[in-house]
Each structure stands twice: as structure tokens, then as C-alpha cells.
Design a protein. Sequence first.
Length: 148
Amino acid sequence: MTQIRDAAIGFEAVKVSMSQDRNGIILRLSVHPNDCPPELHTDWVGTRYMVAMVRLNDHDEPETREEQHRIERMIASAGLLCRNPEFGEYLADAGLISDVDPFRLEDAAVSAVRKYCGISSRTEFRDNPDARSKFEELREDFRVWKQS
């Protein structure tokens, strides 16, 4: 990873168009002449690059998409929910955990959520829409359970 960062060239660009041919996606970017690294002028056509792009807001700050914010909130919510004793009681009532020892309840809740969602870590929510859907279902069932 350090080698990649050391070899990286950086510049700002604006997406102009996107199309597709038999070889893949063609992404056209507009780069201001003052921002264009000299290496791009001298590298041969067909040179391969590893590309990392970050969307910028109007203040030249990285902009994360709303979906990413929602997923990060979900990851945090899963951690907080497993620390909630009422959630542990709900999981026990739902038959998802059998050990309601208050000293082990959080660990049991974490294991139950992972098993229910089919994940080994909460970070998998980032790339697993099925797991996110299952967690939202579990969280909604817990809300209903609390109201009854």
C-alpha cells in the first residue's frame, strides 16, 4: 500500500462523459492544464493505472454519499443495540439467544446479530445489502416488541 501511495500522482478532474465498448467502460475526465501531471503527457497510450477517486463538494472537501452515511450509522447502531439490555431480552424472547446472563448478554447479542444477519463482522454491512436488510428487520422487530 505504501508503494502505491509513493507512486501515486494526484490531480483534480471533472467527469465529462461515460460510455461502454466491447472492452469495458470508457470514462472521460476533464483536467485543467495547470492540474495535469507531466507524467500523463509522457506515458504511452495504453498505460495501465490504479485509480482512486474521491467526490469533492463545493468547498473542495471529500463528500460522502448519503448511503455511506446511512450504512455507517447502521454499523454504529448495531454496536449500541447489542449493549442495550432490553435488546438482549428481546433476542431471548425471540429465541435468538439462550444465555441471558447479564455479564455475557452483550457478547450473546453480538453473536446473535452476526448469525441472524449472516456476517462475521459489522463492517460487512458496508458491502452486504442482504445483511443490512436483515438487521433493519431485526431492529424494527425490536421496536415493535418494545411497544407491546
